[in-house]
Design a protein around this ligand. Structure first.
Ligand code: ADP
Ligand code: ASP
Ligand code: MG
Length: 462
């Protein structure tokens, strides 16, 4: 079971989490827990750490440490009163260490990806021992471990590390023997390299941690507890009548999360899918609701389109140059150089004249992409590279689209009628996804139009 930041936001929330765990423990379920930082803490750590190298002074550090200390001590006192001295002492040590590192970053005027990972892991490092103590407070044994101690071994891509195959066996060896005897609490969002250097798994990475741990211990089910009843037809902050879906397939959730549905980390389905483990998304604040079940073949319903997402933090890169016509190897040169610069390409589209290739990349990768492609311009491989931040990517997802002719027509007709201009289209080979790009202003409207066109707010016979 994984609990997100809102689920552990304060002492009362933690009590609710322990109620859930106690109930399952008493029913005889063997549990391992993965937990995130308290809501907002990772954001605070990132904001201060990234500002320090260019900050005019170091006055942001002490208030941050004080705020973290106050919030976590208050939570600890409310959630595990008998453990305030023990856990509080460790917490103070962590905070002193964090404070020292932040001063060092300011003085050195340098924040490396490796030191950033170390700093932003403190949210989980401070919170997990409180949850573990709260479980002990109820008379259930519990130990706490960080991602590395739990056995999560990762690549060294700091900020976006991926689990390595060896994690399975290590997790089984370390967590397996504890199951049933106690409830181990594992800090989400982090792992380590073979050399023992701490890494983080990307924003929302605790979902991924949960799936890695679940796969490692061959769990019967992986439950992700969050603050909504399940995965919805669209982000409820964009579409107010979005509906919770009963069941989805692994592929559908991968497409949704890859295209920005914030409810799940994009990689969090992979480990579960590899082992065929059922994933359930449930609401900590409404545990009686069945939530969403994610399995290999999400129940086919009569709907071809099940859900929509949109991401606005992307940019379009256009590569022009007639040199590409009939010349093999240009695409290879483009994608090789982008990969060498660690640019992740989300969407690709090539005009039939071959004179144009358009790419969609994460906004944070734009400058690296433009720099990389600039080298190809110098070499004469492509003529011109331009980019546009004023775009967003919309994805229409549903496994039923495979083999259902006319879905594309319906999507683009509805958008056309609403006057939404489509700048780029791409369909994944899984056919579970049709994605397209529109201007940033048109994004929410495009999503609204399609949510209505496919009647996604209405109950189906899922
Ligand atoms: P947690 O801290 O539990 O991991 P997150 O904030 O990361 O929670 O993710 C849950 C939030 O994701 C929801 O509160 C909701 O606002 C947002 N969200 C975006 N898209 C969707 C969607 N398709 N279904 C459900 N929630 C979504
Ligand atoms: N605390 C991390 C984040 O905010 C990981 C997570 O919440 O899953 O991204
Ligand atoms: Mg999350």
């Amino acid at each position: 079971m994984k609990f997100g930041g809102t689920s552990v936001a304060d002492a009362q929330c933690i009590q609710r989490v322990v109620d859930i765990l106690e109930k399952h423990h008493k029913a005889g379920d063997e549990l391992a827990v993965v937990v995130s930082a308290q809501r907002g803490v990772t954001d605070q750590l990132i904001a201060v750490a990234t500002a320090l190298p260019t900050a005019k002074d170091d006055t942001a550090i002490v208030p941050l440490i004080r705020a973290l200390s106050k919030r976590h001590i208050t939570t600890l006192e409310g959630a595990a009163p008998d453990y305030v001295a023990e856990v509080g002492a460790d917490m103070e040590e962590h905070l002193i260490r964090l404070q020292n590192i932040l001063f060092a970053i300011y003085n050195l005027r340098e924040l490396t990806p490796r030191s950033k990972d170390y700093i932003i892991s403190f949210g989980e490092r401070l919170l997990a021992p409180i949850l573990s103590a709260a479980i002990r407070q109820r008379g259930i044994a519990s130990t706490v471990m960080d991602g590395c101690e739990a056995g999560i071994l990762t690549t060294a891509q700091h900020g976006e590390s991926m689990s390595l195959p060896d994690s399975d066996e290590r997790i089984k060896r370390r967590i397996g023997p504890l199951l049933g005897k106690e409830i181990p609490v594992i800090m989400g969002f982090m792992g380590c390299t073979r050399e023992g250097v701490l890494t983080t798994l990307g924003r929302s990475g605790s979902d991924y941690s949960a799936s890695i741990v679940g796969a490692g211990i061959d769990a019967d089910e992986i439950w992700t507890w969050t603050d909504v009843d399940g995965i919805m037809t669209c982000d409820p902050r964009v579409i107010n009548d979005a509906r919770v879906m009963t069941s989805l397939s692994y592929i559908e959730v991968m497409e949704l999360s890859y295209f920005g549905a914030k409810v799940m980390h994009p990689r969090s389905i992979e480990p579960a899918m590899r082992k065929g483990i059922l994933v359930r998304v449930k609401n900590t604040f409404n545990p009686g609701h069945p939530g969403t079940v994610i399995v290999r073949d999400g129940k086919r319903d009569h709907r071809v389109v099940k859900a929509l997402t949109y991401i606005d933090k992307v940019a379009a890169i256009n590569i022009c140059g007639a040199q590409m016509i009939g010349r093999p190897g240009v695409a290879k040169a483009i994608f090789t150089i982008l990969a060498d610069h660690e640019v992740n390409v989300m969407m690709i589209s090539q005009g039939s004249s071959e004179a144009n290739i358009s790419l969609i990349v994460d906004e944070t990768h734009v400058s690296a992409a433009v720099k990389a492609l600039g080298e190809l311009t110098k070499q004469g491989v492509v003529r011109q590279v331009s980019h546009n931040h004023d775009v967003c990517a919309v994805a229409v997802v549903g496994a039923g689209m495979a083999g259902a002719p006319g879905t594309g027509g319906r999507i683009f007709t509805a958008l056309g009628k609403a006057g939404v201009n489509v700048m780029m289209i791409s369909q994944g080979s899984s056919e579970a996804n049709i994605s397209f790009v529109v201007s940033q202003n048109d994004g929410p409207r495009a999503v609204r139009v399609l949510h209505d066109e496919f009647h996604l707010s209405e109950e189906s016979d899922e």
